[in-house]
Structures are given as C-alpha cells and as structure tokens.
Design a protein around this ligand. Structure first.
Ligand code: ATP
Length: 380
C-alpha cells in the first residue's frame, strides 16, 4: 500500500530501519493480583515523537504510563529508555516527568512558586531558577499571571501552569495523562495546538494518554490503539483512519460501514464479494489474496460513500435502498440509508454548496455507491 504519510513532514523515524528507538516496551506484562492490566506488550517510541496511547477506560494505558514513570514496575518484561533498562530506577531518577490529569498545583503557592518548586528541590541556584521560571512563563504565555494563585486562574491557565512546571526541569520525556480532560471543548482544541507547538519548540518526547480519538488524531505523530491491555495497532493518524488493520480499530476511530460477504472471485488487485442477500461488490484488495469463499468485510468510511436518487451510471458498486434518517449538521449532512437487504449504511456529504442539487428526504428511494478503493478489506 502507498504510504499515507505522517503529519510532520520529514519526521518519520519509525520508517527508518536505522533509527534508534528511544523508549522500548519489551514484552511488558503488568498484573494486579489475578488481573492482567497490560498483556505482553511491545512498543517502540522515538526521540522527539508525540506519541498517543488511545483506548477506552480500563484498557491499561495509564498503567503503561505509570510504569514508564516508575510508579509501577512491570510483572514481566523490560522497559528501556535510550538503551537503559529502567527496572529498579526510582521515578525521581528517571529523565521522565509526568503531568497528571488533576494538575496537582499547590493551592497556596503563586504561579511562579509552583513552577519553581521542583527546581528548588533539586538545589538549583536561585538566579538560575529565576531565569528558568521566567522562560517557562513566557513559553506558556503566563507572564502577567506570575503572582497569582491557582484559584485566581481559569482552567486553561491552570493547565498551562502545570505544563510549565512539568517541563521546567527539562525532562527528556514528558508523560501526560489526559492532559486536557478538565477543559471545555473550545479550550481543548486551542490547547491541543499549543501543546504541539510547545513540544516542537522544546524538542521533547511526549507520551500522552487519552480516550479522545479526536485529540489523539490532532496531536500525535503516531497513535497506539489499545484494548484490554494489548496494542491493536500503532500507526500515524491517517493510517489509523484510512488503513485500520482490524475491525476493532476501524470501529474505534471514526464511523465506518462494514460490508460483509464471501469471496466470489479473485483477480490480481480486486476481489468480488457476494453479500448475504446476493448483492455483489468489487473491492480493491491491495494485492492480498483471500481464499475463495472466505468470509471478509469491506470497511468504508461514510464520507467515501455517495448517496443519490438515481443509480450513478459510472459506479462500480451501487446498492439500492431507502432513506431512513437524515441529519443536517451545517457543514455536512449525514444520511442513513436502509438497503434492501436490511443493512443500514451511513453516508456523509459535505455541504460545499448552499443548495443541494439532488435533494433527498425521508423514505425516498436512494442509491449508495462507492469506489473499489474506498475502503479496506478486513478478515471477519
Ligand atoms: P482510564 O482511562 O479509565 O484511566 P486506563 O486505560 O488508563 O483507563 P488503567 O488505569 O491503566 O486504565 O487500568 C487498567 C486496568 O487495571 C483497570 O481495569 C484497572 O481497574 C486495573 N488497575 C489499575 N491499577 C490497579 C491497581 N493498583 N490495583 C488493581 N487494579 C488496578
């Protein structure tokens, strides 16, 4: 398959066989009593990467972060940082800092004292501390709030203080556990971009835990999608979205339609699938041959499906049904079409023009069509 690219141009060490991994989880297992929170997991993160661990609540992502920080030790396996085995090294000796969801700012201290706290503990000389704190305040654009206490700040400002405090000691790796969890949607979006700028400016490695797929897609160079203590896929945001390797990942990130069927005919690059009702579709298989009669699915994102009142003359794949639901969302319209075999197909159309040429309404007969390369073939 053609590379779907990375977000940052010229930054893709994971594609370079000579690039040295910076953080390595090597067959790591973590058990709490009988319960396996992380199951024989291996993962590689590169220097200066913005890496996201994405998964539903309880999938083990925080446990992974806590092991990297040194708050938990693996039950089995190794964690390496820059080639060094971290086992037995206490958190404060690791070149890693963790920013917690609650921020944990000291309420009685001013913003500058909060930022200075770790540096003081380290025994840094006072003039150096002052300079570092001033740099940090500038970095997070809080110069005029230096003398305020946390309760005199907004949620977003508190988040920036926490960030300044966690990078003040210049850790090599910053771990962020749901860093934007306490912010409202608008502020979250703004702060995502600020975090990305900051990471680039400081040249640090960021590992962020989130259950918010949009957040991971926006910020990360690569995303590890986790389920039940295992990594399901590690890939760039465009790869995760356009080339999921499993049904789990396809469903977890974004919306998807699954056309199920049996392999009826194979050619070099295409496969003809017969659906349960006999309807046929032709899909590009990326050169991977599936056995005749094998059960497979074709996973197609809603925006790659066209809805029209008439069968498009040039469509390779066109299935007929009835408009079941329409949601007008302003920038786009989402259609649910019930195919004649009962499957509900979700299709979305960008409202690029103010007036739709082919208006459809509830209960209209409609066709959904898509190209053979509109989706990916997955095993059932
Ligand atoms: P969330 O998004 O809710 O924080 P998570 O993916 O970060 O979820 P973890 O905090 O890593 O999940 O927890 C993974 C699993 O391990 C959960 O089922 C949790 O209950 C369990 N677990 C975590 N810490 C402990 C502990 N100290 N003792 C027992 N079980 C634990």
């Amino acid at each position: 398959m053609k590379s779907l690219g990375s977000i940052r141009r010229d930054f893709a060490p994971w594609n370079d066989p000579n690039a040295k991994p910076y953080i390595q989880f090597d067959n790591v297992t973590k058990k709490f009593g009988d319960f396996t929170a992380v199951n024989n997991l291996s993962l590689t993160i590169f220097e200066r990467e913005f890496f996201a661990l994405l998964g539903a609540s309880g999938c083990g992502k925080s446990t992974l972060l806590r092991m990297l920080a040194g708050f938990e030790e693996p039950t089995a396996g190794r964690i390496l940082l820059d080639g060094q085995d971290l086992r037995g090294i206490p958190p404060y000796r690791r070149p890693v800092n963790m920013m917690f969801q609650s921020y944990a700012l000291f309420p009685h201290m001013t913003v500058e004292k909060n930022i200075a706290f770790g540096l003081k503990q380290e025994g840094m000389p006072k003039p150096d501390i002052e300079k570092r704190v001033a740099d940090m305040l500038k970095l997070v654009k809080l110069e005029q709030f230096a003398k305020r206490k946390p309760h005199q700040l907004s949620g977003g400002q508190r988040q920036r203080v926490a960030l300044a405090r966690s990078v003040a000691k210049r850790p090599k790796v910053l771990l962020l556990d749901e860093p934007l969890g306490a912010l409202d949607k608008k502020l979250r979006e703004e702060t995502q971009f600020e975090l990305m700028d900051l990471q680039q400016e400081l040249g640090l490695t960021f590992v962020v835990v989130t259950h918010d797929q949009e957040e991971a897609m926006t910020m990360a160079d690569r995303i590890a999608i986790m389920d039940k203590g295992e990594v399901m896929q590690v890939a760039t945001p465009p790869e995760v979205y356009e080339a999921p390797t499993s049904r789990f990942v396809a469903h977890f990130v974004g919306n998807v339609n699954m056309f199920e069927g049996k392999v009826a005919e194979q050619a070099a690059n295409t496969t003809r699938i017969t659906g349960p009702s006999g309807a046929q579709i032709v899909v590009e298989n990326g050169g991977a041959a599936a056995k005749a009669n094998a059960d497979i699915v074709f996973a197609v994102r809603p925006e790659k499906i066209r809805v029209s009142s008439k069968k498009p003359a040039d469509a390779v794949n066109a299935l007929e049904g009835e408009v079941y639901d329409i949601a007008y969302l302003g920038d786009m319209t989402v259609y649910h079409v019930r195919l004649d075999d009962g499957q509900i197909v979700r299709a979305s159309a960008l409202n690029a023009a103010r007036v739709t040429e082919d208006p459809l309404t509830w209960n209209d007969r409609a066709w959904v069509s898509f190209r053979p390369d509109a989706g990916v073939v997955l095993a059932r």
